[in-house]
Structures are given as structure tokens and as C-alpha cells.
Design a protein around this ligand. Structure first.
Ligand SMILES: [Fe+2]
Ligand SMILES: [Fe+2]
Ligand SMILES: [Fe+2]
Ligand SMILES: [Fe+2]
Length: 439
């Protein structure tokens, strides 16, 4: 790749104000949108929210009036881009449908990054988080079916498997364990910096989406499930942000933020099959190049260093959305029993000490019951078995995956055990046979 974003001028910041028709475009059609157009749209909304929020934090520390005005203008542009990206989502796409989109983003984005991450420790952390969002997709899919009659493939379009992962009830941890080891800003590859900030932005917005929408359903178990998974996304934000070197300065972070936006829009532009939306990504690459120029000049002014020291001299690819089934399945079978250990280490269920700090959190939070287990229990009542959408050979392994992923301690009383799941599956198969006879 020979595209050096620092050498491109893009659109100057003062020329980036757009009219309302340009800001609020036509939404996509939820019935014929490519699922990865939707994931790009969801992710870029998250990236813009982070870009906007970060700039407001930064500006509270900037005394120079001219610099403050420039940063304020850029925040406003980020905000207008956020509107464009988020409002591509149509009014008739339900909260649960959008939720499945959010978890598809998390699964396929994390899987892509894990395979394109130069730092092995960061990769291991991505693989760990991957299996949690993978299970969220499964839990929400139970409600999508029960509440709105939606099949998971209506949203994920057969590109992402929907089946049990590391059970959500086991995602609740002592916060100290979520703090991971951070990269070294002087030696980390720009791909690592961009990967982490991209994923962090996505997780943060996933948290915010659940926080702002989970209450919109009347079903109490679904409301509790949103609350439960929202809390895990909060843990994910903590986990991924802890990978960032805390000694990066605010100007350095500004530079990384703009570079991250350039790289993400550049990837979206390359991959987008919808011509109308592709034009928006193209425009946004040019807008972000303008922001990057501004960030680079402020970085030079205050830090007297070369921006290339921080972000290198070429674009990186953080968000190539494509089906990651084979990779996810490999990690699932191998690492579903992985758990967090102190000092940023990982361990497995078998090696957990009796006083593992997360047991206390799990027992407190799930003392009445685990909502995400009720989700599967209820689906069993509605449908004989859980709602899954996966390749047949993976479906055959579901009970074994649950067996491996379930802890012996800190388990909610209402847990669907592997034995119960097996019974549900058999009951469903029997009913399917009976149905065929009737036909
Ligand atoms: Fe932006
Ligand atoms: Fe998630
Ligand atoms: Fe997540
Ligand atoms: Fe920007």
C-alpha cells in the first residue's frame, strides 16, 4: 500500500460544513441491505461518537483560543458525520434487529483484528473478548425470535454463526481482572494502536446503545438481559482501553484518533458495494484527512516531534468485514473455558483458585437468576429448543461447547445445563419428525 495519509491534504476543515440534506441522507432498506453495509454503518457511528467525545475532553485542557476554536470546529464536523452515519439506519429497523447488527459488528470485527494484530498479547485479548460478544449474539437472538419473530439470519445473512459461546453469566468479572497489560507507545505498531481504538469505540457505542434502548421493551427478562449485557460491554470498554499506553499525551491521542478515522473510512470506501453509501465513505476519507492535517500540525506545535513516529507512513486496514466463521469456530472450541487472571494474565476454568475474585461478583449479580440463561430457557418453551443459526457440524458440537464453557462454581441456579440443552435438542428433533409425518 502506498497511501501515506500524512502526505494528503483532504478537505480543509473550514470547508467541511454541509447542509441538512447532505447531513441527513436517505436510510438504507433493512430488507435488502448487505449485512456488512449495516456493520460498517454501526461501527462508523461508534467511531464518530468517540472522535467527538475525545475532542470535547481535549478542548477542556487547551488554553490557546485559536487552537480551541479549531478543535471546536472539528468536534462539530465529527458530530455531523455521526448524524450521517447513524441515521443511515432506517426507522423500521427494530431495537432488537439493530442489536443483532451490533453484536455481528463485534464478532466479525474482533475476529478480523485478531488475525491482523501484530502484538500476540493484544491478539489474545481480542480472542478472549470475541467469545463473549459471540455469546451475546446468541442470547439476543432468543429474544429476537420470541419477541419479534425474527430469525438471526434475517440480520446476519448466514455470514456469522449464532450459537452458544462462553456463557454470558460468566462474563461478569472483578474489575481488577479486566485491566490488561498495555502496549508500549514507542514500539507498538500503528496497526495495534488503530485496532484497539477502533474496537474500543465500537464497544463503547454498543454499551451506549444498550443503555439508551434496553428499556424500550416491556418484557422484564429482556430488559434485564439488556442490563446484563450492557454491563459486560462496560467491562469490554475497560478491558480494551487498558491495552493503551497511558503515557500517550493528549496530542498524541488526537493524532491517533484522526488516523483511526482515516483508516476506517478508507477501508469502508474500498469494501462498500452500495454506490450511494460508498460516495459518503469517500467524502469522509477526505474530511478525515483534513482533520489529520490539523491534528498533525498541533502535534508538531506542542510536541515538536514527527507525527510519523506515532502513526507511521501508511494506512492500515482495521475493519475488513467478511465472514469469519472458520476462525471464530476454531477459537470457540479451543478457548471457551478461558478466564481472566490478575496481573493481566489468562487462565482456564480448571485452574481457577477457590478464591478467584470474579466468583463474588458473579454470585452477587446472578443471585436471583441470570437473565441471559432465562433467555434460553424461555426459547426452549416457545420453540422446544434454543434458537441457533449455524453450520450443521458446529450445531452438532453445541452441547460439548457448553459443557466446556460452563464453570463448576459461580453458576446461576437457573442455568440451562448441557444435559437440559441436549434434551431440548432431542425434543425439537422429535417434533420436527412428527411435523414431517403430518405433511
Ligand atoms: Fe469523523
Ligand atoms: Fe456484546
Ligand atoms: Fe462487547
Ligand atoms: Fe475526525
Amino acid at each position: 500500500m502506498s497511501f501515506n495519509p500524512l502526505k494528503e491534504k483532504g478537505i480543509p476543515v473550514e470547508k467541511q460544513v454541509r447542509n441538512w440534506h447532505q447531513i441527513v441522507g436517505k436510510p438504507y432498506n433493512k430488507t435488502d441491505v448487505d449485512c456488512y453495509t449495516r456493520t460498517r454503518q454501526i461501527l462508523m457511528n461508534g467511531i464518530e461518537i468517540e472522535a467527538w467525545g475525545f475532542k470535547h475532553q481535549l478542548n477542556r485542557f487547551v488554553p490557546d483560543t485559536k487552537d480551541k476554536q479549531l478543535i471546536a470546529l472539528i468536534s462539530r464536523i465529527e458530530d455531523s458525520q455521526q448524524t450521517t452515519a447513524n441515521w443511515m439506519g432506517p426507522a423500521d429497523q427494530s431495537v432488537l434487529e439493530t442489536t443483532l447488527g451490533y453484536e455481528q459488528v463485534a464478532v466479525d470485527l474482533t475476529a478480523w483484528m485478531a488475525q491482523n494484530e501484530p502484538d500476540p498479547y493484544v491478539k489474545e485479548t481480542f480472542d478472549f473478548g470475541l467469545l463473549e460478544d459471540f455469546d451475546h449474539l446468541y442470547r439476543y437472538s432468543q429474544f429476537a425470535y420470541m419477541t419479534e419473530g425474527i430469525e438471526p439470519n434475517d440480520i446476519v445473512q448466514g455470514k456469522t454463526d449464532v450459537i452458544v459461546g462462553r456463557p454470558t453469566q460468566h462474563h461478569h468479572n472483578d474489575n481488577g481482572l479486566r485491566i490488561r497489560k498495555h502496549y508500549d507507545k514507542n514500539t507498538a505498531h500503528p496497526q495495534t494502536k488503530v485496532n484497539i481504538l477502533t474496537l474500543l469505540s465500537g464497544e463503547q457505542q454498543t454499551h451506549n446503545y444498550y443503555a439508551e434502548h434496553g428499556f424500550m421493551y416491556g418484557d422484564h427478562v429482556l430488559r434485564e438481559t439488556y442490563a446484563e449485557i450492557k454491563d459486560v460491554e462496560e467491562e469490554h470498554v475497560t478491558m480494551y482501553e487498558s491495552l493503551i499506553d497511558p503515557t500517550e499525551s493528549m496530542w498524541e491521542k488526537f493524532l491517533i484518533h484522526e488516523f483511526t478515522e482515516v483508516c476506517n473510512y478508507y477501508t469502508c470506501m474500498e469494501d462498500e458495494p452500495d454506490d450511494r453509501i460508498k460516495k459518503i465513505w469517500e467524502l469522509f476519507v477526505d474530511i478525515e484527512l483534513g482533520h489529520l492535517q490539523a491534528a498533525a500540525s498541533l502535534f508538531c506545535k506542542y510536541e515538536k516531534r514527527d507525527p510519523e513516529e506515532v502513526i507511521g507512513s501508511e494506512i492500515v486496514i482495521p475493519c475488513r468485514f467478511k465472514s469469519q466463521k472458520a476462525y471464530v469456530q476454531k477459537v470457540l472450541e479451543k478457548e471457551v473455558d478461558k478466564r481472566l487472571e490478575s496481573q493481566g494474565e489468562f487462565t482456564t476454568i480448571k485452574a481457577l483458585p477457590e478464591d478467584w475474585p470474579s466468583y463474588d461478583v458473579q454470585m452477587k449479580q446472578n443471585e436471583i437468576s441470570s437473565p441471559s440463561e432465562n433467555a434460553v430457557r424461555l426459547a426452549g418453551t416457545y420453540h422446544d429448543r434454543d434458537i441457533v443459526a449455524a453450520d450443521e457440524q458446529l450445531k452438532d458440537k453445541e452441547v460439548a461447547i457448553l459443557k466446556k464453557g460452563l464453570q463448576k462454581d459461580g453458576v446461576a441456579w437457573n442455568t440451562v445445563t448441557p444435559e437440559e440443552l441436549e434434551k431440548m435438542i432431542k425434543k425439537h428433533e422429535k417434533r420436527e419428525d412428527e411435523k414431517e409425518k403430518l405433511i
